[in-house]
Design a protein around this ligand. Structure first.
Ligand SMILES: *[C@@H]1O[C@H](CO)[C@@H](O)[C@H](O)[C@H]1NC(C)=O
Ligand SMILES: *[C@@H]1O[C@H](CO)[C@@H](O)[C@H](O)[C@H]1NC(C)=O
Length: 286
């Protein structure tokens, strides 16, 4: 057994025997193909017409998924014996796999380009609306070089991270994931796609059509709620008008979208909790 298998044997002695076997065998096989390939290369060097070595080399390249090399070795062998069955078979298989690989690579590239293009359109839409994306303070260099999108749109780590991203709908309107925080109860609501022209009150009416189970005092009535957003840079809170649309709020001169997810805080109007929460804070009320 080659030496490089030993680390696996040692580090996995705690594991099940089955696991040990799988890990060590797959690691060894790759290694074995490499060393078998080296043997074949040496043999071919000594005797270029060594057909068996060429077949072995071609097979090793197949196992190592280097199809171009496998084809090259087959070609070389077929120069010696154009009817060699194994070589004809391996070349056909390598050819097929190589083309599949190239096709996949092309597809991936097209997809990547498409995604990049969509991202640029999205960013243009955000910029056009004068919506400001907050930047992570640690990435000032990137910020300048236009890494902005990268940083700010990939942010929200929910279970449905892929779903919950700002996107343009068919009508060219932005839909944002929006987070509602209820500090009094340490609760949240998450709206996956908040249409930019919807008003906050519309969502509150739906969200609080039934009082949530945590609202034991039954006071979270849509018309009694006050909404705020936080301006971290200035350590200030801004009250927002629930009759306003998401777009209007996002266009506020002090609104910065963080982590791709607009966030608002909701309080019950003049509740003891909100009084306490805002005491000593800089608050811009309507
Ligand atoms: C295949 O092997 C050749 C020669 O060793 C190498 O140059 C090439 O990068 C390899 N290709 C892949 C896909 O591993
Ligand atoms: C998460 O995504 C799945 C599949 O798209 C969807 O059915 C589900 O409702 C989503 N969950 C949330 C909380 O958005």
């Amino acid at each position: 057994m080659p030496v490089f298998c030993l680390p696996f044997l040692i580090s996995y002695t705690w594991g099940s025997r089955a696991l040990l076997k799988v890990l060590s065998s797959s690691a060894c096989f790759i290694g074995n193909y490499r060393s078998a390939l080296n043997d074949a290369i040496q043999a071919k060097k000594l005797k270029p017409t060594h057909l068996k070595a060429i077949i072995r080399g071609a097979l090793c390249h197949m196992e190592l998924k280097n199809f171009s090399e496998a084809i090259a070795w087959c070609e070389e062998g077929l120069q010696i014996d154009s009817k060699e069955k194994k070589l004809v078979e391996v070349r056909a298989k390598a050819d097929k796999l190589k083309r599949a690989e190239e096709r996949d690579a092309r597809k991936a590239k097209v997809m990547e380009k498409k995604e990049q293009c969509q991202k640029e359109i999205l960013l243009a839409a955000i910029k056009e609306r004068n919506i400001k994306l907050a930047l992570k303070p640690s990435n000032e260099e990137e910020e300048i070089s236009g890494g902005l999108a990268e940083i700010s749109l990939d942010g929200f780590h929910s279970d449905n991270a892929t779903e919950a991203k700002v996107h343009l709908d068919a009508d060219g309107n932005l839909n944002w994931p929006v987070l509602f925080l209820y500090p009094e109860h340490e609760q949240t609501d998450f709206i996956v796609a908040f249409h930019e022209n919807s008003r906050f009150i519309d969502h509150l009416m739906v969200m609080f059509a039934e009082l949530p189970p945590w609202d034991l005092e039954r006071k979270y009535l849509p018309c009694d709620l006050e909404l705020y957003f936080e301006d971290e840079e200035r350590a200030a809170m801004y009250q927002l008008n629930p009759e306003h649309t998401l777009l209007q709020v996002l266009q506020h001169k002090r609104y910065f979208v963080k982590a791709g997810t607009p966030t608002v805080l909701a309080f019950v109007k003049s509740s003891p909790f909100s009084k306490k929460y805002f005491s000593g804070k800089k608050v811009h009320r309507l």
